[in-house]
Design a protein around this ligand. Structure first.
Ligand code: NAD
Length: 297
């Protein structure tokens, strides 16, 4: 069994993912620019490193969970990067959501250095990160995908091999475009029903048992007070931030242009989330799109 994991990026997702590795008795060395995030993990038994590279030098497996592709590339590639710090027995796993072309570039740099790497973006949100039930959507060589199984299964329930390097990111971006579309649709339907005097909880139960049923209704209801333990019921704090959804919708539009795929609802979702971010949605969970719709009534 792998004994030592370096975990870099301890935010809303990375923090609970690293905690699950500790629960599975892995030795975990952590690094984040945010000292409070580091402290949460060291309080639970993780060791703190002074830099990402220092953490990686001691590890058999490096897991990163970072905001975007520029940060991922700058941490991995270059003379002072994680690839340089790793040895040829280290396995690199990037769980961040980034452009497929960025994932391919980092994977190629790792391969050139003789180091195994997979892209393994996740789906499921912070609740699944906490519960250890994430879905991992992987891209990379089969041997590296297989080597990652024990570590990924300590943090997730469903693990898919989508294809070669970057394929995990392609599948993830397609999924998140659909997530934005059904979150907006769910919010529109709930908001309209409530405007007609209906109870949002009753509306939700009806739609969950009807043809409008979807993941947003099942586990991430955007209407405040309908569901406990979701961002909508705590002022849209925590969860998956509007700016991260905007990043994903931007990646989806780039992918659509590259593929010559028609994605009119994806394009409209990108516009709506961008306006929402500009008009006060920054820093809120993405289900706050319901609040944005209410503000236009
Ligand atoms: P977050 O902003 O909460 O956390 C990112 C963490 O990375 C922060 O703690 C930040 O300090 C740290 N960081 C940034 N630059 C760093 C650097 N150079 N070195 C070390 N640490 C650095 O974001 P999150 O919600 O945890 O999301 C992380 C990734 O997971 C993103 O790519 C996001 O798109 C993806 N994702 C998020 C969710 C969700 O529900 N939040 C779901 C699926 C996927």
């Amino acid at each position: 069994m792998t004994s030592h994991i370096a975990f870099i990026g301890l935010g809303n997702m990375g923090g609970p993912m690293a905690q699950n590795l500790l629960k599975h008795d892995y030795k975990v060395t952590v690094f984040d620019l945010n000292e409070e995030a580091v402290k949460l993990l060291t309080d639970q038994g993780a060791q703190a490193a002074t830099s990402a590279v220092t953490a990686a030098q001691q590890a058999d497996v490096v897991v990163t969970m970072l905001p975007n592709g520029d940060i991922v590339k700058s941490l991995y590639i270059g003379d002072k990067g994680l690839i340089q710090a790793a040895n040829n027995k280290t396995l690199l796993i990037d769980c961040s959501t980034i452009a497929a072309e960025d994932a391919r570039a980092v994977n190629a740099a790792a391969k050139a250095a003789g180091i195994g790497m997979i892209d393994a973006p996740v789906s499921g949100g912070t609740a699944a990160a906490e519960a250890g039930t994430l879905t991992f959507i992987c891209g990379g060589d089969t041997a590296d995908y297989e080597a990652a199984q024990p570590v990924l299964s300590a943090m997730g329930k469903n693990i898919f091999h989508a294809g070669e390097a970057g394929a995990g990111q392609v599948a993830k971006i397609c999924n998140n475009m659909l997530l934005a579309i059904h979150m907006i649709g769910t919010s529109e339907a709930l908001n309209m029903g409530v405007a007609q005097g209906l109870d949002p909880a009753v509306m939700s139960d009806i739609m969950k048992a009807s043809s409008g049923n979807n993941w947003s209704l099942q586990v991430y209801n955007p209407y405040p007070g309908v569901m406990p333990n979701v961002p909508a019921s705590r002022g849209y704090q925590g969860g998956f931030m509007v700016e991260l959804m905007n990043k994903d919708l931007g990646l989806a539009q780039k992918l659509a242009a590259q593929s010559k795929a028609a994605t009119p609802l994806g394009a409209l979702s990108a516009q709506l989330y961008q306006i929402h971010q500009n008009q006060g949605g920054n820093g809120l969970d993405f289900s706050s799109i319901l609040q944005f719709l209410q503000s236009k009534q």
